[in-house]
Design a protein around this ligand. Structure first.
Ligand SMILES: Cc1cc2nc3c(=O)[nH]c(=O)nc-3n(C[C@H](O)[C@H](O)[C@H](O)COP(=O)(O)OP(=O)(O)OC[C@H]3O[C@@H](n4cnc5c(N)ncnc54)[C@H](O)[C@@H]3O)c2cc1C
Length: 492
């Protein structure tokens, strides 16, 4: 995205937003004119997730006075870790760094003070009582039950001639993979995971999320010609390799926080921030007993909360809740996947990840941790009474062959993530645009990050967002020679 890119207009698709997010407010101002300057007082960063922490670090390193306010008592947001008994480390589901952006690679080399672990991806799907490697690769079709493989093959042969109606998640997947794979792999899993029917889910859910997370994006399978080509291409494919901090994800955020503090910044944990506006600016941000008069506010908390605090119409946008059942078992892992999808409707668990296959330092010999994900809506019965489902989760783990003997379960911890995923219903671009245009009236407010922008993203996108937003703010404050590469390398 170039500096002069205009803010998105009309209906704001998150796919467009993902690209333009970092510049969408700053582009109101020509460089050096009336843009609020980060040097005119304290910059308040709301949220100590990846976006908030990285932005705060980059601004502090440029000599800006920064305070970060985080409502949780710990760093990292959705990328935080949980450490039990000082030895068992879990993240929020599978978290690992994966980027081709040279600036993000440079930045990560700088902040990961110890060499991280690199590992090739090994992910699976559990389907009708058997494990298959995942994402779908064309050659996997042959390993499926013969009747299903046959039908999927016929779909692919005839798919090019079929018309699928309006643009929603269901039709997007039907167009891409045909009815058999849609029905068996996508319909049930999506309904179970998102709790919204695929026909009511926007196609962006596939474009920005599922394509990245589940389907092999190199595998074009809309018809037989593409299938054949994709299968042949798989043979030359360099395996994907991920980077992970040895001790757990928290190691990265501790390092970023230390850099913020070493450069004069402050981090307040365990206090929810509250904005007060006068219709044109955010004039105050409160955190418990403290109050700040901000030059600029960088808001990475929910966009809906920003509207509420500033007395604006609250858009009809929702986030999915996630329960994590972190189960510690005195057994070796029977499978060596890093994570696996469990789509069957009679299983409570959606996905399981195994921290020891990200880094062996996250557990002790002979003990395996499993992070089981169960989605819900914040406030529903699952959310409120999640602890009552522990037995069901452990039963599921026995049923799918992860635990041999229930007596070997040492401990189970339940963790709650209220804003784990933005829910992309068909009408969400309209609602999002409403929220953005109202918030855009506040001259010194910048939305950022996954939750602040209602953006189904990954950590590397949040880091790119931080680099671009920091560059823009520093240029507006007169540091015209700043670019993302200099920021990634470090200004001091
Ligand atoms: C299950 C799961 C698995 C994932 N796996 C991967 C992966 O493997 N690789 C990858 O790159 N990405 C992954 N991601 C995505 C990654 O977690 C996010 O892209 C990233 O953490 C987003 O960071 P953020 O700072 O933009 O947002 P957030 O992490 O949402 O940060 C927002 C922060 O604001 C805080 N907050 C909220 N309200 C207030 C308030 N009133 N006052 C102060 N603070 C407030 C929140 O507590 C939070 O800390 C995964 C996400 C999930 C949910």
């Amino acid at each position: 995205m170039s500096d002069t890119s205009p803010p998105p207009t009309g209906s704001a698709s998150p796919v467009d937003m993902a690209a333009s997010a970092p510049t969408m407010y700053a582009s109101k101002h020509a460089a050096g004119t009336d843009a609020p300057s980060v040097h005119d007082g304290t910059v308040v960063v709301v949220g100590a997730g990846v976006t908030g922490l990285v932005t705060a670090q980059l601004l502090c390193e440029a000599g800006v006075d920064v305070v970060v306010i985080e409502k949780l008592p710990q760093l990292g947001g959705l990328a935080r870790s949980f450490v039990y008994d000082d030895k068992y480390v879990f993240d929020c589901g599978p978290h690992r760094f994966d980027t081709n952006n040279p600036n993000i690679k440079t930045y990560l080399e700088r902040v990961l003070t110890r060499q991280g672990t690199f590992f090739p991806r090994k992910s699976e799907v559990y389907f009708k009582g058997k494990y298959y490697s995942w994402p779908i690769k064309p050659q996997n079709l042959a390993q499926l039950p013969p009747r299903l493989a046959g039908r999927a093959f016929i779909d692919l042969a005839t798919n090019g001639s079929k018309e699928y109606g309006e643009d929603n998640f269901q039709n997007y997947i039907l167009r891409q993979y045909g009815p058999t794979l849609y029905k068996h792999f996508f319909e049930g899993y999506s309904l179970k995971f998102l709790q919204v029917h695929p026909a009511e889910t926007h196609s962006d859910w596939a474009k920005v999320g599922i394509n990245r997370a589940i389907i092999d994006d190199k595998a074009q399978m809309q018809n037989l010609g593409q299938l054949l080509r994709s299968t042949l291409l798989q043979f030359n494919k360099v395996p994907q390799r991920f980077l992970y901090p040895k001790a757990g994800m928290y190691e990265a955020w501790d390092s970023v926080a230390a850099r913020i503090e070493a450069n004069g910044g402050r981090i307040i944990l365990g206090q929810g921030a509250e904005m007060v506006g006068d219709g044109k600016r955010v004039v105050e941000v409160r955190a418990g007993e403290e109050s700040f008069k901000p030059s600029v506010v960088i808001w990475t908390a929910p966009i809906t909360l920003a509207c509420k605090q500033l007395d604006l119409h609250v858009p009809d946008l929702g986030y999915l809740g996630l329960l994590l059942y972190n189960v510690i078992v005195r057994e070796e892992a029977p499978r060596d996947y890093q994570w696996c999808y469990y789509g069957a409707r009679d299983l409570l668990i959606n996905r399981v990840s195994v921290p020891r296959f990200f880094s062996p330092d996250t557990t002790t010999p002979g003990v395996t941790g499993y992070c089981n994900e169960v989605t819900c809506m914040v406030g529903d019965a699952r959310w409120q009474h999640g602890e009552r489902l522990i037995d069901w989760v452990v039963d599921d783990m026995v049923r799918v062959g992860l635990i041999k003997d229930r007596g070997n379960v040492l401990d189970v911890h339940v963790e709650r993530l209220p804003e784990s995923y933005p829910i992309y219903r068909n009408d969400y671009p309209v609602e999002l645009e409403k929220a953005r245009s109202q918030l855009n009236q506040f001259d010194n407010l910048r939305l950022a990050g996954r939750t602040g922008l209602f953006w189904y993203n990954n950590m590397d996108h949040s880091m790119e967002n931080a680099l671009q937003l920091s560059k823009r703010l520093l240029r507006d404050a007169g540091m015209t020679d700043i670019d993302e590469t200099k920021l990634a390398e470090g200004l001091n």
